[in-house]
Design a protein around this ligand. Structure first.
Ligand code: MIC
Ligand code: SF4
Length: 645
């Protein structure tokens, strides 16, 4: 039986376990990346592990999220990360160098390698045939310190792309089409593997856009084969030696299949407030637009920027629209400056932002009240833009640029411009944002400013617990809901006590105060709890507030791991209908927790005061149950050897 590309890479990196769907394996990590908003916590944990050096081929610490520097807090974090990078041998990419995923794709991504990153959009590098997985900061710290990563063997979902796309079609329209077909939960438990004769029309950056937004499917990651198009990409980026051809066997067997005919896909948009709320752009034409934001790790490549510049050339941004553009990397910005495209953007009236996440994570450019914002980004969760009642639509750069000129949503298919981009023979490089680690590493001191507070540690779980329900929540609760992220809060990513005042306050402002007073409570939720980002703060903050467990119908992958990592129980229901038996004023009683967890996957719980019995599940691997019973992954991992040898 032929092998999938996923199986080929994971099996060749296997350190422990059996390669069977659903069972837990440990794999060797080649590369790690961090960004600054999850990086401080990750590096505090690396300090706690204090390895002799990084046990990866390459580790990079990017500064791209938190760049407003409204107070000393941001710079404290950045200086801290730089000092840790120098200490352990990690490449440091300074603020302005670009968005981690775009820069990593350009400079360091490798086919047939495994990358883990403390950001949910790490899968972007799947565009060159790398298994690139988003993980919590602790898992990434462990990757650096010990060279391994534990994961459940996912199923493989084959997306077969056939036919030739229409001109004006962007990778964004293709991934929106996948989201329309299978929803924000459709990728849970899968790696999305792309194949088919349509691949020949997709550039590496279009593929990267598709892999990037695979995170919105809930998928573990997404991957494309590395082929002649990948080879050209590596040559253009002056590192042909990093190319290796990789693909699935022709007779590979997949767990699930979706066929998409590219010739039938038209420009699409995700309407407020979910990336899978997808309709044709043609159905939205005429809706007045207040703001257009082009960039983010999804759509900020050279080709995307050049198409936008072509559309804007000689035109004027509509008087009622604020157009902001953030190129993905310093190198792209340099190329745009050199070839005159930047001048076309500025002449049209665009605002040029530095290369970073910016408005995507609410760092500035919050829309006006009830404003309509068109964004080329990947998430349009309510409030993420910084304005709770803004209406955010996710679109391609082509749709965004035409709409910015028209002042209303505009369908690229109704325009006649030739948007063909001539790729430069070489992209050149900007190297001066990288600080490479010195020869003598550990001699460099760690610099920790006053905003950096110790992270909370869990205690060994008590055997008998009666936990009042803190809050009962709906489906698809995001980590943005659990610990919001915007210009006012992002500076406190290394300060869990400060962030704890905002936990779930979008639903109920009394949550932090009540949780503290109870010092032992439980969250109840419907499906897909913790979707979205990899921020482990969404687990650390509840831990700090004394919350002991979450019962949900289902969990998003990274968040479930983050809960286990910090020692919080991610229970699911044996019978999802039992959710309806729990009232927001009830308590959940658990007895003999240790014995119940050790003896299997069926945990009896009693709802108080009704005394109704329900059964909960944990679906833990042996390692995960040890981690929970020993009070968290950090405690337990210290005893494991580098590479598990
Ligand atoms: C996001 O897009 O939500 C973020 C901000 O990049 C997060 C990381 C974070 O919360 O710092 C992510 O995607 O993991
Ligand atoms: Fe940055 Fe937005 Fe990408 Fe997250 S999704 S890494 S905030 S650009």
């Amino acid at each position: 039986m032929g092998k999938t590309l996923t199986a080929k890479i994971l099996e060749s990196h296997l350190l422990q376990g059996t390669f069977e769907v659903g069972s837990e394996i440990a794999v060797k990590i080649n590369q790690t990346l961090t960004q600054d908003s999850t990086g401080t916590m990750c590096y505090l944990q690396l300090l706690a592990l204090d390895p002799d050096r990084c046990h990866t081929d390459l580790s990079v610490a990017y500064i791209d999220h938190n760049m407003l520097q409204t107070g000393f807090e941001n710079m404290d974090d950045h200086v801290f990360i730089q000092s840790v990078a120098q200490h352990y041998g990690i490449i440091f990419s300074k603020a302005g160098g670009g968005i981690c995923h775009q820069v990593h794709l350009e400079r360091f991504s490798k086919p047939n390698s495994i990358l883990i990153g403390s950001d949910s959009h790490t899968p972007t590098c799947g565009g060159v045939g790398s298994i690139a997985i988003g993980a919590g900061g602790l898992d990434v710290a462990i990757g650096m310190a010990k060279g391994f990563y534990f994961m459940k063997v996912p199923k493989v979902f084959n997306v077969i792309l056939t036919g030739k796309p229409k001109s004006y079609l962007n990778g964004k329209d293709i991934i929106l089409s996948v989201l329309q077909a299978i929803s924000v939960k459709g990728g849970v438990g899968y790696i999305m593997e792309y194949s088919g004769d349509g691949l020949q029309y997709l550039s590496v950056t279009d593929r990267a856009t598709i892999c990037n937004m695979g995170a919105e499917l809930g998928a573990t990651t997404s991957i494309f084969p590395s082929d002649e198009i990948t080879k050209t990409y590596f040559t253009q980026h002056q590192r042909p030696e990093d190319f290796v051809a990789m693909s699935a066997d022709a007779d590979a067997v997949y767990d699930e299949t979706l066929v998409l005919n590219l010739s039938e896909i038209v420009p699409l948009a995700a309407k407020p407030h979910s990336p899978d709320n997808v309709v044709k752009v043609s159905e939205l034409v005429g809706i007045k637009v207040d703001q257009v934001a082009i960039g983010s790790c999804t759509n900020s490549s050279y080709a995307d920027m050049m198409k936008v510049a072509k559309i804007l050339k000689g035109k004027q941004v509509h008087p009622n629209v604020s157009l902001v553009i953030s190129p993905g990397s310093a190198n792209i910005l340099r190329l745009l400056a050199e070839n005159g495209a930047l001048s076309d953007m500025i002449s049209a009236g665009a605002r040029i932002l530095e290369s970073g996440c910016g408005p995507c994570i609410g760092m500035g450019q919050a829309p006006k009240s009830e404003g309509v914002s068109l964004r080329t980004f990947n998430r349009n969760f309510m409030g993420r833009s910084g304005t709770q009642n803004a209406q955010v639509y996710l679109v391609s750069p082509e749709t965004a640029a035409y709409s910015a000129i028209d002042g209303a949503i505009s369908d690229p298919l109704t325009h006649q411009d030739d948007l063909t981009i001539i790729q430069p023979a070489t992209y050149g490089r900007v190297d001066r944002y990288f600080i490479y680690p010195p020869e003598i590493r550990k001699a460099n001191p760690i610099l920790m400013g006053p905003n950096i507070k110790p992270f909370p540690l869990s205690e060994i779980m008590s055997d008998d617990l009666t936990l009042p329900v803190l809050i009962k929540l709906k489906s698809n609760i995001t980590t943005d809901d659990i610990v919001p992220s915007h210009a006012k809060l992002l500076p406190y990513r290394s300060n869990v006590p400060y962030l704890s005042d905002y936990c779930l306050t979008v639903f109920d402002p009394t949550v932090p105060k009540r949780a503290r007073a109870l010092n032992g409570s439980i969250i109840v939720a419907q499906e897909n709890y913790g979707q979205g980002s990899s921020r482990e703060h969404a687990a650390l903050v509840p831990l700090y507030l004394g919350i002991k467990a979450v019962i949900a119908v289902s969990f998003a992958r990274i968040h479930r791991s983050n809960l286990i990592n910090v020692g919080l129980f991610p229970f699911t229901f044996e019978n999802p209908e039992d959710l309806n038996l729990i009232l927001p004023t009830d308590s959940i009683k658990l007895v003999n927790v240790v014995e119940q967890v050790q003896s299997g996957n069926r945990i009896e719980a009693t709802i108080l005061p009704s005394q109704k019995k329900i059964y909960l599940k944990l679906d833990l691997s042996d390692r995960e149950s040890e981690v929970l019973l020993k009070g968290g992954w950090l405690n337990y991992v210290k005893g494991l050897k580098v590479g598990l040898v």
